[in-house]
Design a protein around this ligand. Sequence first.
Ligand SMILES: [Zn+2]
Length: 133
Amino acid sequence: MNPQHRKVLGVFLCASPKPMSHTLPPCPQCQSAYTYEAGAMLACPECGHEWSAEVATEASDAPRVVRDAVGNVLQDGDTVTVVKDLKVKGSSLVVKVGTKVKNIRLSDGDHDIDCKIDGVGAMGLKSAFVKKA
Ligand SMILES: [Zn+2]
């Protein structure tokens, strides 16, 4: 590598908005370690190759932790108790405080618990309104 090229690489590294501790995967084309982020893509200044950074982003995604009203960590299959009267959207039904909900399933979104309640059916609950039984 000639000195001129080195200087250009230095500029690339300094311009990176990410801290230096953030290591990007090497270029899959030429194995260069000087890869940098270009929007949603990763790019290599040495061979000009660009590729999707999606895999790298996924790996840094921490597993989601869902907690109940008092901070217990909830898991699929747990049994919880409703701590507040909850109106069921689109109906006149109310899930009464103290209702036991068996075999919950955690899900993404505003209502982060999927479950089936006797007399109500399948519905979504907010983890903030339940307590691990
Ligand atoms: Zn490369």
